[in-house]
Design a protein around this ligand. Sequence first.
Ligand code: FE
Length: 163
Amino acid sequence: MSDASRPLPATVTVRLPDAEGNPGPPEAVPAVQKSDAEWRAELDPDAYRVLRAAATERPFCGRLLDQKSPGLYVCAGCGLPLFTSRHKFESGTGWPSFFAPFAPENVAEDRDESHGMVRTEIHCARCGGHLGHVFDDGPRPTGLRYCLNSVSLEFRPFSGSRT
Ligand code: FE
């Protein structure tokens, strides 16, 4: 479907985490581009359906919904840091929710007119994997609500006791 075939430039500008888990400076890195067959072979079926075919998982069953430990949420397709525990909040929607991305460069947006709605789709800037949507009914300070599918993310705890 549309997301699986999203064309990516050869290089993309993203921010990688520094030793404190904060976004480092913008840097150009190669985009991660794989064939549909390669993604199918690499991802488990649930992650493939979300990341490469833009499916949405059922609410209140994702494995990261109740994750409250300090850490980074990285792309399940390519490992790029996308969100952090510092911006996670309880939205009540049943999906993991954040009020900001790890870095704006890392989470790209597209207009999504599927299912009779106009929404803003979010995807990984490095591999194009579908993540979820962003809405403008979030909490302060951004007023944004990034609504995520758990299977599109992997949780990486910060090392040590740093919060
Ligand atoms: Fe990715």
